[in-house]
Design a protein around this ligand. Structure first.
Ligand code: HEC
Length: 161
């Protein structure tokens, strides 16, 4: 009988320990990198099947530095903005076109909990159309300009909603 009780206690302790571990894991910032993100947006959940930025369907005129023409896609999460900003998991994929409308670059903002609290928790990435990575992470070149719109969670196109 004692042995049974003892095993129950052990099972309980292990169970509680497991829960505590899980708790910790969800608190830690999600790990994110441009290579995995490319697999996601090109194959697992292709961005070309996302919705267009609301109010801007298709290709529109762009501004420096994003190219002569741009086309912007958003995943479902990004379509649920809250009072304070975009929900975690929001993904904004922007195609940057040259004046002759060939695709030059993809620029991406991905909202990751705890990733960069000082600058809106956005992960930034730049790809060539074949998926090779031009830059990723807490890219100061992007943040420097987008922080002008810190009041809109670092997102410029919000004005088009
Ligand atoms: C000099 C300013 C500037 C820099 C630098 C810049 N952006 Fe932008 N970005 C803009 C503007 C302005 C828009 C709005 C659309 C437009 O006019 O092209 C925009 C739009 C975007 C969007 C669509 C969401 C939004 O904010 O409207 C993404 C995604 C994006 N930029 C990613 C990036 C990434 C990644 C970098 C760094 C490699 C970067 N941007 C650097 C000015 C900038």
């Amino acid at each position: 009988m004692n042995k049974v009780l003892l095993s129950l206690v052990i099972v309980l302790i292990i169970g509680l320990y497991g829960c505590a571990q899980k708790e910790e894991a969800t608190e830690a910032p999600e790990t994110v990198n441009a290579a995995d993100l490319w697999m996601r947006i090109s194959q697992d959940d292709p961005y070309t099947e996302y919705a267009f930025w609301p109010g801007v369907e298709g290709i529109m005129d762009g501004n420096a530095p994003h190219g002569a023409f741009i086309q912007t896609f958003v995943n479902d999460k990004a379509l649920e903005p809250t009072e304070v900003g975009y929900p975690y998991g929001s993904l904004i994929v922007k195609e940057n076109y040259m004046p002759d409308k060939t695709l030059a670059k993809l620029t991406i903002m991905y909202k990751v909990k705890g990733y960069d609290p000082q600058s809106g928790d956005w992960f930034w990435a730049v790809y060539n159309p074949d998926g090779t990575i031009e830059g990723e992470g807490r890219m100061q070149s992007c943040i420097g300009c987008h922080s002008v719109r810190a009041d809109q969670d670092h997102v410029f196109l919000k004005n088009y909603r």
